[in-house]
Design a protein around this ligand. Structure first.
Ligand SMILES: Nc1ncnc2c1ncn2[C@@H]1O[C@H](COP(=O)(O)OP(=O)(O)O)[C@@H](O)[C@H]1O
Ligand SMILES: [Mg+2]
Length: 251
């Protein structure tokens, strides 16, 4: 069943068609990878779905409901969360407080006083549970700024996950980390989202990672959908291979 569906989604920046008539479907329960060269339109598509950008035209349906004009907060409430290509953490707060604030804000109890979260047992318990799932519990009192890059990327995912979404978008959760950290991040993230039955869309460049973890792969090229299939189908797709090799597309 389609959890999310975009219909003829269009977004242009000047002469650049960042999303060009995009019909993108995410099915309930899948781990989907969104791939494509730099500038293909992947982040723009996620920004449109999370309401960080407004489309020029087209519709976004979530659980069959038209959310095209819903705000960021309304979409989070409906069950859509996302992480950012560049981590979006409070550097001066502890690892624990970063996650606790996310749990807090989900319930509409937005507060700038992180200490309050510490005193709320339910929030604290839930934040700790999330940190444990992501293997960050022993770092709970470390300032976010003091984490290694791989841990920062994981914490950023944990903050989005703590919103308890039905659908989680991760924009390059492994960018800027070593190959070893990359495998560790993806092992952790895929285990947590599968255990939590959360549907996930991951933007990732490393095709070894993409083929290993995905149920389905969608490739964008110059703002449009180029390919959509299982890892085996995508491996056998000539257009995909040409893009990965930097070769021209077939007619
Ligand atoms: N805010 C913006 N203003 C102008 N151009 C943008 C903006 N965001 C993205 N673009 C352009 O839209 C295209 C798609 O970008 P993006 O969605 O970031 O691609 P990707 O995430 O696949 O690398 C690129 O040509 C990019 O330069
Ligand atoms: Mg991007």
């Amino acid at each position: 069943m389609a959890l999310l569906r975009t219909e003829h989604l269009q977004k242009q920046f000047g002469n650049t068609r960042a999303c060009d008539d995009v019909n993108f479907v995410v099915n309930q329960g899948e781990f989907l990878s969104l791939v494509g060269s730099n500038g293909a339109g992947k982040t723009t598509l996620v920004n449109l779905i999370s309401a960080h950008l407004q489309p020029d035209s087209g519709q976004i349906l979530f659980e069959g409901r038209d959310i095209t004009r819903a705000s960021v907060t309304e979409r989070i409430k409906a069950g859509i969360a996302r992480s950012f290509q560049i981590v979006n953490l409070f550097d001066g707060l502890s690892v624990f407080d970063n996650v606790a604030l996310s749990v807090f804000s989900r319930d509409g109890k937005a507060t700038r006083m992180a200490a309050l979260a510490e005193r709320d047992d339910a929030v604290a318990g839930e934040a700790l549970e999330v940190l444990e799932q992501f293997g960050l519990a022993d770092k709970r009192d470390t300032m976010a700024a003091g984490l290694a890059q791989g841990e920062r990327k994981l914490l950023d995912v944990a903050v989005a996950y703590a919103l308890r979404p039905k659908l989680l978008f991760l924009d390059e959760p492994t960018s800027g980390v070593s190959t070893r950290d990359k495998a560790q991040i993806m092992d952790t993230v895929s285990a947590v989202v599968r255990a939590g039955k959360v549907t996930a869309v991951v933007i990732e460049h490393d095709m070894d990672v993409v083929f290993r973890y995905s149920d389905r792969i969608v490739m964008m090229h110059e703002g449009a959908m180029l390919a959509d299939g299982t890892p085996d189908e995508i491996r056998a797709n000539k257009d995909v291979a040409n893009i990965l090799l930097g070769a021209p597309l077939s007619d």
